[in-house]
Design a protein around this ligand. Structure first.
Ligand code: SF4
Ligand code: SF4
Length: 375
């Protein structure tokens, strides 16, 4: 695998001023964040090139408790990749001076992603809020662009082509600061997806057995297409995922692992290759489960990500770390729906015994001192 990716979508903190019912990561004033040093370690482990776009999100990135972290990350990424950095914000803290700070720290696009009835607002009506944001951003010298959320892979390819031409012919045009305004709605954002966190707990997540969220831009589709415009890697704090909703087992912890190595490891697994095709059920055979059974489970749950959670729980945690965020509904059930067949369970524990013996030999420890694998 070469040392580059298409795009990076990085949730840098879960701290937020709001606690919306439709939030899929349980963001709020008491939620998780991480330190500037940890962020620096993640940046060191990113690939040499990011070819298309960098989006930073939260939580609320402009929350006073996130600002130093945001500006550290945006400045570093800008210096390293020479790409315009985009941010997604609910806009609650935005004023003229903060817009200037953003531009001074390498941010070139501000996306107001809260124009909907789900977000709390100090404005009487959405129209009023939209007019205020538009006037504020325009007065800061930003030009309005159409929102890019929910684009099809074809449109993403076309946009990357246009940007590539512009980068070569008129780079200053791409540097022009811009903004977009959009929000969650049933068609674009909430239709049968985000069965995670408060969205799942509050019943906001619409279950829809006909909607394969994995096969769209924010899903796992194309996450292994190294360097191409359609490849987007999602990172939550330090953990890498193939998709925005985040998988129950992470691809890796980028505070310690290089992203390129993490993707290489994922590409060796049938289940992640199936996710790259936007069809996680096709990878069920990795665990001795038929694709038809996995697909039926997707229909039964009415949500492909919930089925994916159950499937990925069978991955070896020594290879893929469990996602540390307590937002997966199945974590709360007692009996797992899918289980590893005995022959796979045995071969996994045997290979662990072999590893323990091998490592023990290196350390000159006798067999009697080794830890027996669980039955
Ligand atoms: S949906 Fe956005 S604004 Fe609402 S709690 Fe989550 S991160 Fe904050
Ligand atoms: S099915 Fe799995 S990989 Fe695909 S979007 Fe959902 S959680 Fe992500």
């Amino acid at each position: 695998m070469q040392n580059h990716i298409g795009s990076l979508y990085w949730v840098i903190s879960h701290i937020c001023n709001s606690e919306c019912d439709h939030c899929y990561m349980c963001c709020g004033p008491r939620a998780a964040s991480f330190t500037v040093d940890e962020a620096a370690a993640v940046i060191d482990n990113l690939p040499r090139r990011i070819n298309h776009s960098i989006i930073l999100s939260g939580g609320e990135v402009l929350h006073p408790r996130n600002r130093a972290l945001l500006f550290f990350i945006s400045g570093r990424l800008r210096a390293r990749y020479n790409l315009p950095v985009y941010i997604q914000t609910n806009g609650d803290f935005l004023d003229a001076s903060l817009i200037r700070d953003c531009l001074d720290h390498g941010i070139r696009h501000i996306s107001i992603a809260s124009m909907d009835a789900h977000h709390a607002s100090r404005f009487g009506a959405l129209k009023e809020k939209e007019a205020h944001m538009r006037a504020l951003l325009k007065s800061g010298g930003l030009v309005e662009m159409k929102p890019t959320a929910g684009l099809s892979p074809d449109k993403v390819r076309r946009m990357a082509l246009i940007k590539g031409v512009l980068r070569a012919a008129a780079p200053r045009l791409l540097e022009k600061p811009s903004f977009s305004i959009w929000g969650a709605n049933e068609d674009l954002w909430l239709g049968g997806n985000w069965a995670r966190g408060r969205s799942a707990e509050s019943g906001q997540a619409l279950l829809n057995a006909g909607h394969n969220f994995c096969g769209i831009w924010s899903g796992g589709l194309n996450f292994l297409k190294e360097g191409r415009p359609v490849q987007e890697i999602a990172v939550q704090l330090g953990y890498a995922y193939p998709c925005c909703p985040s998988t129950r087992m992470a691809l890796g912890d980028l505070r310690e692992d290089r992203l390129v190595s993490v993707l290489e490891r994922a590409a060796r697994h049938r289940v992640f290759r199936a996710i790259d095709r936007g069809k996680p059920w096709l990878g069920a055979s990795e665990f001795g489960i038929s694709a038809a059974r996995a697909r039926n489970r997707f229909k039964e749950l009415g949500n492909v990500c919930m089925m994916c959670d159950e499937l990925l729980a069978l991955l070896d945690p020594d290879e893929f770390p469990a996602s540390p965020f307590p937002v997966y509904p199945q974590n709360k059930t007692d009996a797992p729906y899918f289980t590893l067949p005995t022959y796979l369970h045995r071969s996994r524990t045997c290979s662990k015994t072999r590893n323990i013996r091998w490592k023990s030999a290196l350390l000159n420890i006798s067999d009697a001192d080794t830890i027996a694998p669980s039955p």
